[in-house]
Design a protein around this ligand. Structure first.
Ligand SMILES: [Zn+2]
Length: 437
């Protein structure tokens, strides 16, 4: 009898606490991307919410049922967003109202995300701009004749999804964005190439959105930049991966593909439905067109791997293959580059220095350029400039890089990057290509 009473007491307590349990809003983050402002509320439980728009003055209202505010919005920077002010207030006994006073009208969307390995329950509010700022006009890039080769550079993760975590709070998303920015600069400085940054700041982009951006700008090549993590801190080295339409070439490749593919779950892609029928059909069609580009991906990957190999230790000495989602939805030759192991304290330290980030960018750039010098696409400026790019200076005794650069009225860095030089040391008899721009 005593046991039964205890059981009932426990049951009543459980029901009682369930009824009273409000969901606490424990934190808030804001990410600005080119087309929207994302507000993420961290919750300790699931939540019911309602969102609507009010006009004159324009505002978005979010009503949260059974919610307690355990944080404040004071530290959130609103200066580059359409939000003027965020107000909160109690409604009735348990409900909470958030009001976003707006500087301009937005198109709001909201959804909840269940807890995962990185975060608890979340409510995501996306405020889409009506005027999407375009970082580069299409007509600038897309020319039919004498066009530059467009390299889409995708810095992995971002925003809600930090990627791999290294010692000392080093985050993959920050390191890969830096490498991507250096890489874009190298391509932009090259008269025959043009760099396109897929992710331009600290925000999340769904995996399929990343390739959609590359396709929109008719990129010739898609490079996704990452930094690896492994349970053992001794794992190290850079690797280059291509898509596999069959299976993974190694367990590491398979493990990595699984982890990178989970980014959409962590980053909150929102309305993605992979089981969608038409998406499945589209994927099959894309798989077919991809087999044609896979050969180019693997060949270019070897050039890149060779250059990275002269800079840092390689994890695997050949281009590996696995089913990466970010490489899957494109008919553009594409590679995923892991710049090193962020979980290895030594490599993490190296990866977070601008010097190494620049060298990594230079190695990737050099690999891509060497690949295209051997495989120039018809109609591109490169195919016409091949002979000019081959203009050669033979180093003589007593020459220095800075003197050679000065005599051709170009910068040392331009000469270094053009010749894919990892260091500034030159030797007598060495052939240097002189850039034409
Ligand atoms: Zn990654």
């Amino acid at each position: 009898m005593r046991i039964i009473i205890t059981f009932f007491t426990l049951l009543i307590m459980m029901i009682d606490s369930n009824l009273a349990a409000a969901s606490d809003i424990e934190g808030v983050r804001l990410y600005r991307s080119p087309d929207r402002t994302r507000i993420v509320l961290d919750l300790d439980d699931s939540i019911d919410h309602k969102m609507f728009v009010l006009e004159s003055p324009a505002r978005v209202v979010v009503d949260l049922a059974d919610a307690d505010l355990k944080t404040n919005f004071d530290s959130i920077k609103l200066d580059v967003t359409p939000i003027d002010r965020i107000r909160t207030g109690k409604r009735g006994k348990n409900h909470l109202r958030l009001v976003f006073d707006l500087k301009e009208e937005v198109n709001p969307k909201s959804f909840t995300l269940a807890a995962n390995e990185r975060y608890g329950n979340r409510l995501v509010i996306d405020l889409y701009d009506f005027r999407v700022p375009v970082s580069k006009s299409l007509s600038d890039i897309i020319k039919t004749d004498n066009r530059s080769i467009v390299i889409a550079i995708d810095a992995g993760h971002g925003g809600e999804d930090p990627g791999a975590l290294g010692p000392g709070k080093i985050l993959e998303k920050h390191i890969v964005l830096k490498i991507a920015q250096y890489l874009k600069k190298l391509f932009d400085e090259d008269p025959d190439f043009s760099g396109l940054l897929v992710r331009e700041g600290d925000y999340y982009l769904a995996l399929r959105k990343r390739t959609a951006i590359a396709q929109r700008y008719r990129a010739d090549f898609f490079l996704s930049i990452h930094a690896d993590a492994w349970t053992s801190p001794s794992a190290r080295g850079a690797s280059v991966y291509a898509l596999s339409t069959k299976g993974a070439t190694s367990e590491t490749a398979k493990f990595l593909a699984n982890r990178e593919n989970r980014a959409d779950l962590i980053g909150g892609a929102g309305s993605i439905n992979i089981r969608d029928k038409s998406a499945d059909v589209a994927a099959v069609l894309l798989d077919l067109s991809m087999t044609a580009t896979l050969g180019s991906s693997l060949t270019a990957g070897e050039y890149i791997l060779k250059n990275i190999g002269s800079l840092t230790r390689l994890h695997k000495k050949r281009v590996e293959q696995a089913g990466f989602l970010v490489l899957k939805s494109t008919d553009i030759p594409s590679l995923l580059i892991e710049a090193g192991y962020i979980s290895n304290p030594q490599e993490a330290r190296k990866l977070s220095t601008p010097e190494f980030q620049k060298k990594m960018a230079l190695a990737i750039y050099s690999g891509v350029v060497q690949y295209y010098l051997d495989h120039p696409p018809p109609g591109t400026a490169l195919s016409k400039n091949l002979s000019k790019r081959q203009f050669i200076y033979i180093v003589e005794r007593g020459d220095t890089l800075s003197e050679i650069a000065a005599s051709y009225k170009i910068s040392v860095s331009r000469l270094t990057s053009h010749n894919k030089l990892i260091s500034q040391q030159i030797r007598v008899g060495q052939k240097l290509m002189i850039p034409t721009k």
